[in-house]
Design a protein around this ligand. Structure first.
Ligand code: GLU
Length: 285
C-alpha cells in the first residue's frame, strides 16, 4: 500500500475526472465557480511540475438546462440541445479560468465511434499527443449532441469515458472524483456497517457484485458500478486509478503527493488490451 501510494509522486500523465454533482451548487444546479477555480488551479499546478494532465468533465447537459430554464424530465433531443448550449458555456468558463493561471485548455469531444473506428481513434490519439506536447490541457467530454442514444451509440457515462481516455493516451494515473470517499463494501449512506476498502489489487467478480448493490449520486450518471467498470478499463490499460471524494478538489495534489486519500486500484496491464473489446472488459462477456 505505502509503496503503491509513494509511486504516485512519479506519475507522468494523469487524467482527472469530475462529475456534474461536484461542479454544481446542490441548491440551484448552477456552476460552483469557486470549486471550478480550485480544480483548474490544481490541474495547472500539475502542469507546472512538467507532468501531462487531462480533464474529463461533465456538466454540459446540466449547464444548458439551467440556461434554458428547462425542468426535467428531458427528451433525448432536449438533452442533446441542452448539451450543445451547455458544453460551450462550460468550456468558456474553463478557458477563462485556465487563462487566469496562464495555461491553455483545448476541447475534445468523443463518441463511441471515435473510439472504435481505427482511423478516428488514431486521429484522436494524435491530437491528444500533440496538445500534450504543446503543454496544453485537454478538456474532454462525450459529444452528447451527436451521440445517438437511440441506438446506444454512446459511452454513456463519464467514468467510462475517463478510463477510455486514460487508455487512449497511455496515462499512468486516473483520478476519479466522486461524491463519496472511495469504495465501500456497501453503500455507507444506507448501511453504517459498510467498510472502507483502501486498496484493490484485482477487480474480482465479488467486488463487481458489491458495486452493483451500492449506487451513486442522483445528479451524474455514474454509480459505484460504473466506477468499477472504469477501474477495469484503466487498470487493464496499465494505469493506477484512485477514486476519491471531490468535495474538496485539493485532494488531487494530496493524492499525487502519495497520501492516503480514497481507494487505490493497482495497474494490472493486459497485453491484449483492445479498444474494440471495451464492452467485453466492461461487462466481462
Ligand atoms: N456528458 C454528460 C454531460 O456533460 C454527463 C455524463 C456523466 O455525468 O457521466 O452533461
Amino acid at each position: 500500500m505505502e509503496e503503491l501510494r509513494a509511486k504516485l509522486k512519479n506519475k507522468k500523465r494523469v487524467v482527472v475526472k469530475i462529475g456534474s454533482s461536484s461542479l454544481q451548487h446542490p441548491e440551484t444546479g448552477d456552476l460552483d465557480f469557486t470549486k471550478m477555480d480550485i480544480l483548474v488551479r490544481e490541474l495547472c499546478n500539475i502542469r507546472n511540475q512538467g507532468k501531462d494532465v487531462i480533464l474529463v468533465t461533465s456538466g454540459a447537459i446540466g449547464c444548458g438546462r439551467k440556461s434554458l430554464h428547462i425542468k426535467p424530465p428531458l427528451t433525448i433531443a432536449q438533452k442533446q440541445a441542452c448539451a450543445a448550449i451547455g458544453q460551450a458555456r462550460l468550456m468558456t468558463t474553463y478557458q477563462r479560468i485556465f487563462s487566469e493561471y496562464s495555461h491553455q485548455a483545448a476541447q475534445i469531444l468523443l463518441t463511441r465511434n471515435t473510439i472504435e473506428a481505427d482511423l478516428n481513434r488514431h486521429n484522436a490519439q494524435n491530437t491528444f499527443n500533440e496538445l500534450l506536447a504543446m503543454e496544453v490541457i485537454p478538456v474532454v467530454n462525450e459529444n452528447d449532441t451527436i451521440s445517438t442514444f437511440e441506438v446506444e451509440d454512446v459511452i454513456g457515462d463519464n467514468d467510462t469515458l475517463s478510463a477510455i481516455v486514460t487508455a487512449l493516451t497511455g496515462a499512468d494515473l486516473l483520478i476519479l472524483l466522486s461524491d463519496i470517499d472511495g469504495l465501500y463494501t456497501d453503500d455507507p449512506r444506507q448501511n453504517p456497517d459498510a467498510a472502507f476498502i483502501a486498496q484493490v489489487d484485482n477487480i474480482t467478480e465479488d467486488l463487481l457484485r458489491m458495486g452493483k448493490a451500492s449506487t451513486g449520486s442522483s445528479v451524474g450518471t455514474g454509480g459505484m458500478e460504473t466506477k468499477l467498470m472504469a477501474a477495469r478499463i484503466a487498470t487493464y490499460s496499465g494505469a493506477d486509478m484512485v477514486i476519491a471524494n471531490g468535495g474538496d478538489v485539493r485532494v488531487i495534489h494530496r493524492i499525487m503527493e502519495g497520501r492516503n486519500y480514497g481507494t487505490i486500484f493497482k495497474a494490472n496491464k493486459d497485453e491484449n488490451f483492445n479498444f474494440t473489446d471495451i464492452d467485453k472488459i466492461k461487462f466481462n462477456l
